[in-house]
Design a protein around this ligand. Structure first.
Ligand SMILES: [Zn+2]
Ligand SMILES: [Zn+2]
Length: 106
């Protein structure tokens, strides 16, 4: 899968700053497992959403509850663009942004 910016429609090059909106199942690691991409943007193109950084334990911004093992969440990561064979950005650090239950709160 090529990485294309949702704002300017240009490719997001390897190693370039990227912000991704993903969903995945949270299994206790920093980044949820089996991520699927909703959208991604060049770092400098991104302005659609407000990003609230969170570190573990994660809380849903909608209902305020702690995210439980196995729950599916939507979230953002900030990192460096990866190659077309990977989904999730590299060098993400230990933060997720704007975590919410997906598709809705339990
Ligand atoms: Zn862009
Ligand atoms: Zn929730």
């Amino acid at each position: 899968m090529k990485h294309v910016c949702a704002k300017c429609d240009l490719e997001i090059g390897y190693g370039k700053p990227v912000i991704q909106m993903l969903r995945g199942s949270w299994n206790g690691a920093i980044t949820p497992s089996f991520p699927q991409s909703f959208s991604e943007w060049h770092g400098e193109c991104f302005s659609e959403f407000k990003l609230n950084p969170q570190v573990f334990p994660y809380r849903c911004e909608s209902c305020g509850d702690e995210i439980q093992l196995g729950q599916t969440v939507s979230f953002f990561v900030e990192g460096n663009g990866t190659d077309e064979y990977s989904i999730t950005a590299e060098c993400r650090g230990e933060k997720l942004y704007t975590v919410n239950h997906y598709p809705c709160c339990p």
